[in-house]
Design a protein around this ligand. Structure first.
Ligand SMILES: C[S@@+](CC[C@H](N)C(=O)[O-])C[C@H]1O[C@@H](n2cnc3c(N)ncnc32)[C@H](O)[C@@H]1O
Length: 225
């Protein structure tokens, strides 16, 4: 993508009502205006909120929103040129239950309030081979999610990285989650149902290289905050 293309997308991003782009100053160690207000002021309904973290172009957010009109979906990523794709599609197709949020996930507890979120999808996150703390499923990040994920809320991880899959299977039970499902080759084993068969941009590339795709699903238990 040329620099000119990026700038055009950044400019268009400013026009999308479904895209929220806080500045660092607005979220660094302080509450952002959306906190606790996503249902009342943004979606204007009481439906459960589902996040996709590191959503890239937002394939899961968009596809899930169409399959589940009874829930609200928010795709989160720091890359504006990628979010543009999902936000453009949601805008052009008037999807009422989709929003996108451009921020670093490190700031996410400033943006969502306690019990505001029912489900989290982490799709093809960087496995951060050398720095486990930076993994989106490290205890550091799980502690952030636990501040706004409801008790009984669900965390899904879909990844090509066996390392991230195994690591997360180990870390979740030590941090208040119960593993409900896991599979380390969802297509090869016939495990992928309609929802798990939604393919992200990165996933299609990994599949073209013949890499197995893994999935796990876990529940946040009530007594482990
Ligand atoms: C490998 S890509 C996967 C994108 C998409 N889920 C897919 O499967 O096509 C990882 C994404 O996570 C985003 N990301 C990584 N770390 C992040 C962070 N700390 N805060 C926000 N976004 C992050 C990157 O910008 C990138 O778009």
């Amino acid at each position: 993508m040329s620099g000119k293309d990026k700038l055009r997308k950044f400019r268009e991003n400013e026009t999308f009502e479904c895209l929220i782009q806080p500045t660092t100053e607005e979220v660094f160690r302080k509450d952002y205006k959306t906190k606790g207000k996503w249902n009342s002021d943004y979606f204007k309904n009481d439906a459960p909120i589902v996040l996709e973290l590191g959503c890239g172009k937002g394939e899961y957010t968009v596809a899930l929103s169409q399959k589940s009109p009874d829930k609200n979906f928010i795709g989160v990523d720091i890359k504006g040129a990628r979010l543009w794709k999902g936000a453009k599609f949601a805008t052009e197709n008037n999807l009422p239950n989709v929003m996108f949020l451009r921020t670093r996930i490190e700031f996410i507890e400033s943006i969502f309030a306690e019990n505001e979120v029912s489900e989290i999808w982490v799709t093809f996150a960087d496995p951060q081979i050398k720095n486990a703390r930076k993994r989106l499923t490290s205890p550091l990040f799980l502690d952030r999610y636990k501040k706004f994920l409801k008790k009984g809320g669900i965390l899904h991880l879909k990844t090509d990285s066996q390392l991230l899959h195994e690591y997360t299977l180990e870390v979740l039970p030590e941090n208040g989650f119960t593993i409900l499902e896991h599979n380390n080759d969802i297509y090869g084993s016939g495990y992928a149902d309609e929802v798990l068969s939604i393919k992200t941009f990165y996933e299609s590339q990994y599949l073209a290289k013949g890499m197995p795709i893994t999935y796990l699903k876990a529940r946040l238990e009530a007594d482990n905050q």
